[in-house]
Design a protein around this ligand. Structure first.
Ligand SMILES: NC(=O)c1ccc[n+]([C@@H]2O[C@H](COP(=O)([O-])OP(=O)(O)OC[C@H]3O[C@@H](n4cnc5c(N)ncnc54)[C@H](O)[C@@H]3O)[C@@H](O)[C@H]2O)c1
Ligand SMILES: [Zn+2]
Length: 385
C-alpha cells in the first residue's frame, strides 16, 4: 500500500432519478455552441433525444459528431479531433461508452493546433483543458467518465495505449440509468466485467490505498451483487442503477489506485485482434486472479467480507479467497462471455508476439502485487488459447 495517495474527481456529478434534467443547469450559463460526441449505435437507439430536446429548449446551437469508431486507433481519434476543431464549440457533451468518451476527452485538450493525439502518446502531460466537458455514459462500464485516461489503439505496436493526464478528467458527469436500460446483453455483460475488473484490480493493486479502497470495495459490492440481474433482466432498473454507480466508483478507484495485469495483458488482445475491451478482460480475469492469488488472499478475503451477504463465518482466509475467484469465474460463465481466445481464432504461433506486447505494458504491470515475468505472461496466454 502506498504511503501517499491522491484522488481526482470530476467537478460535478449528477446521479439518481431523472439525473438528465440537470443538463438544463449545466448549459444555462455562457455556453454558446455544443458539440455532441456519440456513435452510430447510440444514435440508432434514440439515446440522444432527451439531450437534444434540452439543448433546443435552452436555444443553444449544437452539432453532432457521430462518426466515432468503436475502440479507435490514435489515427482515427485524430480524424475526429480535426473534425471537432472545425466546429468551434465551447462545450462538449459525450453520450456513449468508453470509445466515445475517450475521444471527447482527447478533443477537450486538443482544440488548438499545438499537439496531436500522437504527441500525447509520447508525452501525455503537455496538453491542457481547453473546452469544458460533460460525460453521459451509456455503458456500465469503463468508468471513463471518472478517469484521467483515454485509451487508443496503436496499430504499429499491436497494442492499446492509455494516455493519462488529469486535464482529461470530465468537468461534469450525468449518471442517467435510462441510458443503460436497453443495453443489449452482450454489451452489458462485457462492459460490466470491465467495471468488475477495474474494481478488483484497483483493490489488489500495489497502488491501493485507503481512498481507492473505499471506492473499489463499494464498486465490487455493487457490481458483484447486481451484474447478473442487470444484464439478464431488462426490467431490473435498480440493478442497472447500481451498475452505473458501481462502474463510476470503479473509475474513481482507478484515479487513485490503478489496474494491474488483467488490463496489461488485455491490451494486446484489443490492439491486435480487436477483441472488445470488456471481453478481453473477461477472458483474462480469472486466470490472472488465480495467478495472483498466493499474494492477494487476504485482500480477496476482505472482498468476501464486504460482498457476500450470507456469510459463512467459519470460512478461512483461503476459503474466502477461493470463493471470490469462483464467484468471478461463475459470473463470466453465466453471462456467456467467451473465456478463450479460440473464439477469436488466435493462432498459437502468435504467442511470442503477445508476450512481447503484453510485457510492454509496464505502466500497469508494475502495479501487480505478484511480479509478472515473460514466462508468467506466456503461461497465462497459453492457458487462454
Ligand atoms: N478511459 C478509461 O478510463 C477507460 C477505461 C476502460 C476502457 N476504456 C476504453 O473504452 C472503450 C470501450 O468502451 P465500452 O466498453 O463502453 O464500449 P464502446 O464505447 O466501444 O461501445 C461498444 C458498442 O456498444 C454500443 N452501445 C453503447 N451504449 C449503448 C446503449 N446504451 N445501447 C445500445 N448500444 C450501445 C456502441 O454503439 C458500440 O457499438 C475501449 O476503447 C477501452 O479501451 C477506457
Ligand atoms: Zn478497462
Amino acid at each position: 500500500m502506498l504511503n501517499q495517495y491522491n484522488l481526482k474527481m470530476p467537478t460535478n456529478v449528477f446521479a439518481g432519478s431523472d439525473a438528465m434534467q440537470n443538463l438544463h443547469t449545466i448549459i444555462k450559463d455562457g455556453v454558446t455552441k455544443i458539440t455532441i460526441f456519440t456513435d452510430k449505435g447510440i444514435l440508432k437507439v434514440g439515446l440522444l433525444e432527451e439531450v437534444i430536446s434540452i439543448i433546443e429548449k435552452n436555444d443553444i446551437e449544437y452539432e453532432i459528431l457521430s462518426d466515432i469508431p468503436t475502440e479507435p486507433s490514435y489515427i482515427e481519434a485524430q480524424e475526429v479531433v480535426e473534425h471537432f476543431k472545425a466546429l468551434n464549440s465551447d462545450f462538449i457533451i459525450a453520450v456513449g461508452g468508453g470509445s466515445v468518451m475517450d475521444i471527447a476527452k482527447l478533443a477537450s485538450v486538443l482544440s488548438t493546433d499545438d499537439y496531436t493525439v500522437k504527441d500525447l502518446l509520447e508525452d501525455p502531460l503537455v496538453a491542457k483543458k481547453q473546452v469544458t466537458t460533460l460525460m453521459i455514459p451509456t455503458t456500465a462500464g469503463t468508468g471513463s467518465e471518472a478517469t484521467p485516461n483515454s485509451i487508443v489503439g496503436v496499430p504499429e505496436k499491436n497494442l492499446k495505449v492509455g494516455i493519462v493526464n488529469g486535464e482529461l478528467i470530465a468537468d461534469h458527469v450525468i449518471l442517467e440509468s435510462k441510458m443503460i436500460k436497453n443495453l443489449p446483453k452482450p454489451i452489458a455483460a462485457a462492459t460490466g466485467i470491465d467495471a468488475l475488473a477495474h474494481a478488483i484490480e484497483c483493490f489488489t493493486s500495489k497502488k491501493a490505498n485507503p481512498i481507492s479502497d473505499t471506492f473499489a470495495l463499494e464498486a465490487l459490492d455493487l457490481i458483484m451483487n447486481n451484474i447478473i440481474e442487470a444484464c439478464t433482466n431488462p426490467d431490473a432498473l435498480e440493478a442497472k442503477r447500481n451498475m452505473l454507480l458501481g462502474s463510476f466508483y470503479a473509475g474513481v478507484a482507478i484515479t487513485s489506485s490503478g489496474t494491474t495485469a488483467v488490463h496489461a495483458l488485455s491490451y494486446p488482445l484489443g490492439g491486435k485482434y480487436h477483441i472488445a475491451h470488456g471481453v478481453s478482460n473477461a477472458i483474462l480475469l480469472t486466470p490472472v486472479m488465480k495467478f495472483n492469488e498466493p499474494v492477494i488472499k487476504d485482500l480477496l478475503a476482505k472482498a468476501y467480507d464486504r460482498v457476500v451477504k450470507e456469510k459463512d463465518e467459519e470460512l478461512t482466509v483461503n476459503e474466502k479467497s477461493k470463493y471470490i475467484i469462483d464467484l468471478i469465474e461463475n459470473i463470466v460463465k453465466t453471462l456467456e462471455i467467451p473465456t478463450s481466445l479460440k473464439t477469436f481464432h488466435v493462432p498459437e504461433e502468435d504467442l511470442e508476439g503477445l508476450v512481447e506486447a503484453g510485457m510492454e505494458v509496464q505502466r500497469l504491470l508494475v502495479n501487480n502485487m505478484r511480479e509478472v515475468t515473460p514466462e508468467d505472461a506466456r503461461k497465462i496466454y497459453l492457458e487462454i488459447m
